[in-house]
Design a protein around this ligand. Structure first.
Ligand code: GAR
Length: 200
């Protein structure tokens, strides 16, 4: 069984999609051992508890400086014993020491077709605002390995989604989640768990 830790900051619909795929037997040989959030109010933590999974909050507000928070996050992740770390709407810049410790074993879901609308400042709803401002007709989502840069790691999976006339950022966000994120993230995890995609 591959041990999976999921890092979250908000609602956790992607986490929900992973739980659904495990419950439906689409992800075999993998289990979520821990869900970690930087945000004590993240609904994702409730989703974890409802599944009987450890839910931890490690908030930067509880530490005097960023370095201490980074150490706590690293320790918290190491304690889970995870083989794979999934960033599912984790809106924290993952510190270099965590990337080094879990080299090639961290994946992220991003709500655009990288290299468009990614990098500094592009997260959550801001991505979809950028897409609508630029007027592109196709967007989507990307699953990629995490390296030291922001959204620069090796791309594993992408899925395109149409932008439609009259879309608002929220409407587009929902379509990208339904038609891309909730599909390619569990699929990628399933492939990692059955050895089709190798971890570093
Ligand atoms: C998702 O759209 C995810 O792709 C995005 O945050 C949202 C979290 O939703 N992540 C990023 O923007 C990372 N750069 P969720 O909490 O409902 O899964």
């Amino acid at each position: 069984m591959l041990k999976i830790a999921v890092c979250v900051s908000g609602g956790g619909t992607n986490l929900g999609a992973i739980f659904d795929a495990i419950d439906a037997g689409k992800i075999k040989n993998g289990e979520i051992v821990s869900v970690i959030s930087n945000n004590p109010g993240a609904y994702a933590l409730e989703r974890a508890k409802a599944h009987g999974v450890e839910a931890k909050c490690i908030s930067p507000k509880d530490f005097g400086n960023r370095e201490d928070f980074n150490v706590a996050l690293l320790d918290g992740l190491k304690e889970t014993g995870a083989d794979l770390v999934v960033l599912a709407g984790f809106l924290v810049n993952v510190p270099a020491e965590i990337i080094r410790e879990f080299k090639g074993r961290i994946i992220n879901i991003h709500p655009s077709l990288i290299p468009s609308f990614c990098g500094k400042g592009y997260y959550g709803l801001k991505v979809h605002e950028g897409v609508l401002e630029r007027g592109v007709k196709v967007t989507g989502a990307t699953v990629h390995f995490v390296d030291e840069g922001i959204d620069t790691g090796k791309i594993i999976a992408q899925k395109a989604v149409d932008v439609l006339e009259g879309d608002t950022p929220k409407v587009l966000q929902q379509r990208v989640m339904e038609q891309a994120e909730w599909i390619i993230l569990p699929e990628t995890i399933a492939k990692i768990c059955n050895g089709e995609i190798e971890l570093g």
